[in-house]
Write a protein that binds this ligand. Structure first.
Ligand SMILES: [Zn+2]
Length: 262
């Protein structure tokens, strides 16, 4: 595994400090002193993600780790949010958000997130999952690309999509600003990017500390608060609309719509 150190992925500042409380096993969580963004300072490269950290593998390792730990097993039982953590089939959600048109699912896993009448496109780094998604998407007029997200999204022309779906994706992306800017580029005016990321500002994170479900070392590399997600949306030109306003502080995830002005 190759490890690289990065500057703040939001504002490119090199200054910041380590959050020792959340750093673990040599993985350093940092907070940028310029913009407040919290992120994993030392990250594995894309090669490592392809070979070692494809999500189905890291899920299996995580599952095993949890099963081996009595405390976390208890937490499992007590916390309903974990049950949906890897649940990727959310067809009603995407239909509700986008309604119609061509939609790109970034980190689409095996597909299945984008139901009729949406025309599904996807980007997936894992070869096993990509093959499954591509075969399903082709039947419905779209297709999936096997590539890291930054490379995959670059292959689409400007204003090609009505929607971009990024559920449980941006927390994994080494260059999230690039992805959000690219999403803006490939969306038509009035188009929508849906984002769901772990909510670093949640009450659960404060209670659970390092055992919070949002911490996964090293495959979660970005830890958003509503403030930093808003900053990122603004950098790309989007307007952010928070979807889980009422339950926000009790929710382990931030769910938001980024709208490209018409
Ligand atoms: Zn920063």
């Amino acid at each position: 595994m190759k490890i690289v150190e990065r500057v703040c992925p939001l504002c490119a500042s090199a200054s910041g400090h380590k959050l020792s409380k959340y750093s673990k096993d040599g993985w350093n969580i940092h907070q940028c002193s310029e913009c407040g963004f919290i992120f994993l300072k030392n990250v594995p490269t894309y090669d490592a993600f392809v070979n070692d950290l494809a999500w189905e593998k890291s899920y299996a390792i995580e599952k095993e780790r949890r099963e081996q730990t009595a405390f976390l097993r208890k937490v499992d039982k007590l916390t309903r949010w974990r049950l949906s953590w890897f649940h990727r089939h959310t067809p009603d959600l995407a239909r509700k958000i986008f309604g119609h048109g061509k939609v790109l699912d970034i980190g689409c896993a095996g597909g299945g997130n984008l139901p009729e009448p949406l025309i599904p496109y996807g980007i997936e780094i894992s070869s096993v999952l990509w093959a499954r998604a591509n075969s399903e998407m082709r039947k419905r007029g779209g297709y999936a690309i096997r590539a890291p997200a930054v490379e995959g999204i670059a292959t689409f022309e400007d204003q090609f999509f009505h929607g971009v779906f990024a559920r449980s994706f941006l927390e994994h992306e080494i260059n999230p600003v690039k992805i959000v800017k690219e999403a803006y580029r490939v969306l038509e005016p009035g188009g929508i990017m849906y984002i769901r990321v772990p909510n670093f500002g949640s009450i659960n994170r404060r209670i659970m500390g390092v055992a919070w479900c949002g911490f996964r070392y090293p495959d979660h590399v970005n830890y958003f608060t509503l403030e930093t997600l808003k900053k990122m949306a603004a950098i790309a030109g989007f307007q952010l609309e928070l979807l889980n306003k009422i339950s926000f502080y009790f929710d382990d995830n931030i769910k938001a719509k980024l709208v490209k002005p018409a």
